[in-house]
Design a protein around this ligand. Sequence first.
Ligand SMILES: [Zn+2]
Length: 313
Amino acid sequence: MATGFYTNPIYLEHDTGNHPENADRLRAIDKHLRYSGLLNELEMRPGCTAELKEIQLLHSKKYIDSIREAAELGRGILGTPDCIISPGTFGAALHAVGAVLDSVVQVADNKIDNAFCAIRPPGHHAEHDAAMGFCFLNNVAIAAEFLQKNFGYQRILIFDFDVHHGNGTQHLFEKSEKVLYASTHQDPRTCYPGTGFAHETGFGSGKGFTLNFPLPPGTTDDRYLEFFQNKIIPQFEDYKPDFILLSAGFDGHTRDPLAMLDLTENCYHEITKQMRTLAEKFASGRLVSLLEGGYDLEALALSVEAHILALLH
Ligand SMILES: [Zn+2]
């Protein structure tokens, strides 16, 4: 068995110019993992394009059509200026979802132990019918819904350690007890998108299945990991997840230009190790991680390497 690594040149065709979320992010990861030799230890997978009915598990047809049309017409942006769209955006976005769905199927079917998906555009800000924060389709949320519908998992844990709150993922599951959405992120009073306060805990039967852990600017590895170990992991152990999905954003890194946490790649290694242990304890190891943010190219490449090393060993 092995760790799968999903990536595909189609993601480079989502052309955002010199926007922070650009194709050089994946080029930097690829170059670094080739140079370090780590790619040779991974099971390389090209993924595939998702079907529209899979995207429609969580996004409206009208919204999906609006992405396709804006891409075809070369509109420049979709809805908000931070969601740059190019002719290649729709194909890349469909394929990003497809790669994640293929990876969860392979893990669920015991073909691989776990997987990391180096995909873009990212997804955790995408809402049911709106693009937000560089995101168009909510990759991780569609994977969770797909796993519930097709494999019957009832206790899916999505842990989102991107420095920004995953508003889209929270909103898509805040009324459900079948998915626990947990997020650590920079204090929303000081950081985009301004949601993710600790009092946001879900609604109806989903009450208690949304967990938000805002962190003050300047949070270091030691402080993060102490909090993670003492306050977060025990709640995950109580939940006993049967499948774990990671919204892996590395923009909490101290070198990241978009936020103000002081984490290093060592922190991402430790988080991943602990999440892997949790997956082994409760979910027969089933864990899939997918790329969200991370905008300093060197910090991103080092963080992804540290993350994958913990998935592998
Ligand atoms: Zn982010």
